[in-house]
Design a binder for this molecule. Sequence first.
Ligand code: SF4
Length: 530
Amino acid sequence: MFRKVKRKTDGRRNFDDRDTSFDTSFGAGGFHDDLAQYPHRLSFYKLPPMEEVTLEEFETWAIDRLKVLLEIESCSARSMTFKETEQVMEKLLAKYLPLNVPSKESSSLYQERKKDHYSHFILRLAFCRSEELRRRFVKAETTLFKLRYNMLSMTEQRNFVNSLDLPWVAATDEEISKFESQLYACSYASVRSLLRAGSASGIKITDDQVRQYLKHQTFYKLPFEYVPDLLAMRTAFLHQGYVYVGQFQQSSLILSEFSKFLKEQLDLTVRGLPGLDEDDRLVPVLNNLSKGYISAEYNDGGNFGNGEESEVNSENVNSFLSDMPLCMQRLMEGVSVNHHLKYGGRQQLAFFLKGIGLSADEAIKFWRNQFTKSMSAERFNKDYKYNFRHNYGLEGGRINYKPWDCKTIMNKPNPTKTEYHGCPYRDLHRDELLVMLGKLGLENNRSADDVLDLSNRGEYQAACTKVFELVNRDDIDYALKTKNGNVDQSSIVHPNQYFDRSRYLKKLRAGTVGKGAESQSGESQSIATQ
Ligand code: SF4
């Protein structure tokens, strides 16, 4: 995808052309491999990267970070608590942006930290382009920072904080004794829950324990505008424009510093963009990154309905309706009411059914059964059969088409009044959507309002994920208990992912999940950059 245009790239130093003879810091792999550049697992990203990376690294590192940030946004859109977000993000971070604890065996620490550093700065370039993008980026990055800060050990936290040159001073002993009762009152609830969390359940925390804990705390004094969230919760003492913050509230302080610093940096970055716009290799990547679309490629080993053990056939496909996302339920309803679907709907549903395991023969049977209720078998054979066989690569160019992901579905023209394709969360009027939600048992309650709000805000995949969680709540809870929380709760980005996840949860509950069936879906995600 990176077009090489001689005119514009003339004179640029290519990655492979670099002369390393003057730089003794280049290791055998061609890069400075010194972990001293990244002494801590966490970073404030103060200095931009200076080494060269390949275009492939540039793109894949940024995409991996974007996946993490989009999932954080999705958790927030689904009103998840911070604890729930932590559970969802733990696996995703380990997969896409790991920052492992130093150990004797760990040889990739430098690469992990480098990827984290570079991907942050690449996304700064992509997300500094408008006020809205900057706001989203700061919010998601700050949450990511908080998740990672909480993953650090106490020693790592202390070392990291000491390495920052932050504008706070320790309160004097006189100040602490003068405001002792106020500091105690403001800190009481936070310290109590902190001590409770650290002790065995059922143990009562006494006022004396809280006092003892506070006695050994360092308090910092800083201008009130640095910690608006602590003031809003009335958990810090304010006096003459200064707030007194305990060491145990340090993460709040650092987060506020981080988001303030990042906002300022994005404002500076945007000023440097005009120079970058001349680079025809990076701009298309950055533009696509800032669109932030995740496309998911569905892959069930390439079988797509030709696997030997498919549980779906033309007779029983309707019994899987409850496992299908709303877009597919709507198409199934459309075909059973009209005994026909227009082209867009036929393709969307046909590829989905192929993905859930309906073989080519069974698919022809299914569509013939439906269509011949409104037309002759001859007409079906003449006008439609070829199309369905073509979808399975049995005609024409013999391409094994993959099921469409949400992004592909939403990029198609919007449905007219007589069409059923598309995404209901985007295409249906509020009242129509409410009727569909009602059929899932979500009518007239707060949950339905949450879903409608997400749809109104344009967060269609978050609305879909929310519906999945509401409809499958019991199965998810069961899975969380039996799998010790090891359940994929990431955002839905593909209709077949929705289906697979639903089937997996039902089978888990029924005790029929096969050995080694750890995966909840066959999708693999990527960002569309073409
Ligand atoms: Fe279908 Fe995706 Fe829309 Fe869900 S978000 S209804 S899976 S298109």
